[in-house]
Design a protein around this ligand. Sequence first.
Ligand SMILES: [Zn+2]
Length: 390
Amino acid sequence: MLKRLLAICFWLTISISLPARGPVALQNIRYYSYPEYTRVVLDLSASIKIAEKVIKGSDSGRLFFDLKNCRFAANYPFEKKNAIKIQAGNLQQIRIGKGNAQTIRVVFDFDKIGKYNRFYLTSPFRIVFDIYSQTEFVSHARQAREQEVPALDGSPSIARQLGLGVHRIVIDPGHGGKDPGTVNRYLDVQEKDVTLDIGKRLNAILNEHKEFEIILTRCRDDYVPLEERAAIANSNQGDIFVSIHTNSAPRLTARGVESYYLNVTADPWAMQVAAQENAMSSKSMAEMRTILDQILQNSKISESRILSQSIQASMIANLKRKYDAVEDLGVKKAPFYVLLGAQMPSALIEVSFLSNRDEARRLTSPSYRQAVAAGLYLGIINFIQSLGKL
Ligand SMILES: [Zn+2]
C-alpha cells in the first residue's frame, strides 16, 4: 500500500513538473512572517520568469510584477483573490489583480522597501521573495555586540568577531511525509525515517546542555518544503543550522561521510548530490547560479565551512572508534536549496550511504544512529568552542 502511495506521489511529482501547454496556473500565495523577515511563496503549475519593478517613496513603497500567460488555479484560495493582509515587518499587504484575461498582477505594498531577495524553486515551480524588515541582515542586539567585541584574530569571520554565543541550534531532519528521500528497497529503509531518528537523538544529547535551545524543523513524519526549513531557522533566530541526510550513489560500493556548506561548485559529484537533494535536474541547477551569486553575499560562508569541517572531523573520529571501513569523503561545497537564505552558519551532512548495503544495514541499527548523532554533537560543540564560547 505504502509502495503504491509512493508510486502515486512519484507520478504526481513527475506530472506536476511537466511543462504546461496552456496558461500557467497560480495555485496559492503563502507567506511566513516574522519580526525581521517575511518569506512570500507563489505556487505555480509551471515556470514563469518575472521582472519586478520597485517604486520607492519616502514613507511608502511598492514592488510589483506581472505573471504573464497565467490564470488562477481552480483551487486557488478564494479569500486571497484580491488582497492578503500581512502587516508584519515593513510589508503591509499583497494585492492581486487581473491585468487582462492572460495576466495576473501582484503588488507588494510596503511601509518602506528594504533589502529583499527573489529566487525560483522548481518541482513544483515556485517564486520566492525573502523580504527583510531592516536594510541590514543582523539584528539590533547583534549589531550592539559587534561594536563591543573586537576581532579575535584578525579573521573576517563575523561570528568570531562577535564572540557570538551560540544559543539556538536548529536541527533539520531531511525529507519527510510525501518525500521519502533516498530509499533502500532491499532493506525497506527510507531516508526520511533515518534522518528523523538521528535528529531526535541529536536533540536529546544537546538538550543535556541547559544553555542551548534546540529547534527541530520537523519532529514527526511531516512534509516540510525545502524553502520553509531555512525560514524556520531564520525566524527562530537560530545560531547554527544542521541538515541531516543520507547519501545515495549509482556506484553501490560508494560509502562514507561527507559534509557540505552552501556555495557554487564545479565538482560533478557535489552537483549530483545537490541535484538529488534539491529534487531537480542539472539544467535547473545551472540556472540556480544566478540567484546564488546574489544570495551568497549575505551568507555566512566562512563560518559554514568551519562548521562543516568541525562536524566532518568529529563524525569520522567518533564512527572510527566503533566501526571499520569508515571513509572520510571530506568537506565540499554545493548549492543546496535547503541551506539557501539561512542567515547563520549552516551545514548539510550526508551521514552515510543508504545505497551501500553495508552502510544501509548500519543505518537501520540504533547503535549506529546513536554514534552518528554523537558525532554530529561533538562537531557542533567543537565549532562552538572554536568561537571561544561555552
Ligand atoms: Zn536527503
